[in-house]
Design a protein around this ligand. Structure first.
Ligand code: PLP
Length: 390
């Protein structure tokens, strides 16, 4: 797969640094300034330079939105204060009585949003446990307006066929939204595969340094129009400093993802050889059921690995406490390696019977592999695994 949508004059890494980031028109500043202003002075009522009030639009945010749209191969992007604010903006296009079909393996916060915020408002989510397109088709009804997937999924790293699920969604008259947070646009560009909307928690790989929370929605102008209305009407926008930090992180996305991909592939291969581990979930491994599909729709396999320890919950608890370089923390996609326990952390908001049936139980550990020296990361995991038998 090429990183570049048709007709783009520059490659991905160039656009990450330059798209939307021309020298500042008033001062020549090479780096987009932080426009720390809530409002913009007008020459006469309604006569202004394109900006009136920073909830509706801010030049630092606009630079980020232009760059994100370019990297995802989308007509437009809209930035939000968090990934969940971006997801909420997409879901706000649904009305009571509308239905959506989603993959069951989903970030816990998205599940909570669907079940505890949107279901009480009359929007019904149906979940498929299987990852094949036919299982999505089986859940669509004439009321289905949206199909929502993650791929790779959080936390089981399932690979879903974006092209085929887009076809299923379109045949049902629905829109396909892909949460592309786990892959990042460097690794996967769902719009080029037929998806309509892409959603990101920019908190993760896009920001890349675990120092800012944010979100974004990308897609065609026609679909983003009501979402832009919502962005301004509901107001969940990032401040200019957050937009600037995210844009600064984005500049090195290509470099970082190359290292995330390489480190994770090396560690996953090594983890698979360890006796303490029952199963390694990583799409780059030939043993992964989605390996061939991942090879077709992704460039590299990303930086996320999940593992199931043979010793179950007690072994997972010891392992989580034993790593030194891998910090025990929520979140993912930063330069530093993190380790987490989905059952009690990122996916704790999913009822235990629902998530345990899917394999998100106490023995599952998730690794966000950073860009450190891979030998140090392997040594850290090795010493933690060795401590399980002490
Ligand atoms: N989507 C995925 C796949 C995530 O992992 C997360 C957060 O962990 C979100 C969305 C929500 O993003 P945020 O925490 O920026 O609201």
């Amino acid at each position: 797969m090429s990183h570049d949508p048709p007709k783009e004059p520059h490659g991905f890494a160039t656009r990450a640094i330059h798209a939307g980031q021309d020298a500042d028109p008033t001062t020549g500043a090479t780096v987009v300034p932080i426009y720390a202003t809530s409002t913009f002075t007008q020459e006469a009522p309604g006569s202004h330079k394109g900006y009136e009030y920073s909830r509706s639009g801010n030049p630092t945010r606009a630079a980020l939105e232009t760059c994100l749209a370019s990297l995802e191969g989308a007509e437009r992007a809209l930035a939000f204060a968090s990934g969940l604010a971006a997801s909420t903006a997409v879901l706000s296009t649904l009305r009571p009585g509308d239905e959506l079909v989603a993959s069951a393996d989903l970030y816990g916060g998205t599940y909570r949003l669907l079940e505890r915020v949107f279901r009480p408002m009359g929007v019904v989510a149906r979940y498929t446990e299987a990852s094949d397109p036919a299982s999505f088709e089986a859940l669509t009804t004439p009321k289905t307006k949206l199909v929502w997937i993650e791929t790779p999924t959080n936390p089981l790293l399932q690979i879903l066929d974006v092209r085929e699920i887009a076809r299923v969604a379109h045949e049902a008259g629905a829109v396909l939204a892909v949460d592309n947070t786990f892959a990042s646009p460097y690794v996967q560009r769902p719009i080029g595969l037929g998806a309509d909307l892409v959603v990101h928690s920019t908190t993760k790989y896009i920001g890349g340094h675990s120092d800012v929370v944010g979100g974004a929605v990308m897609g065609p102008r026609s679909l983003l129009e009501p979402i832009q209305f919502y962005q301004n009407a509901a107001g969940g926008v990032p401040g200019p400093f957050d937009a600037w930090l995210t844009l600064r992180g984005l500049k090195t996305l290509a470099l970082r993802m190359e290292r995330h991909n390489a480190n994770a592939l090396e560690l996953a291969t090594w983890l698979e050889s360890r006796g303490e581990i029952e199963r390694v979930y990583y799409p780059g491994l030939a043993s992964h059921p989605g390996h061939a599909l991942a090879g077709r729709q992704m460039d590299g396999y990303g930086g996320m690995i999940s593992i199931r320890l043979r010793g179950g919950g007690p072994a997972a608890t010891r392992f989580l406490k034993a790593t030194r370089l891998f910090s025990l923390a929520e979140s993912l996609g930063g330069v530093e390696s993190l380790i987490s326990h989905p059952a009690t952390m990122t996916h704790a908001s999913i009822p235990v019977e629902v998530r345990a049936a899917r394999g998100v139980d106490d023995g599952l550990v998730r690794l966000s592999v950073g860009v450190e020296d891979v030998r140090d990361l392997r040594a850290d995991l090795a010493q933690a695994l060795e401590r399980l038998s002490e």
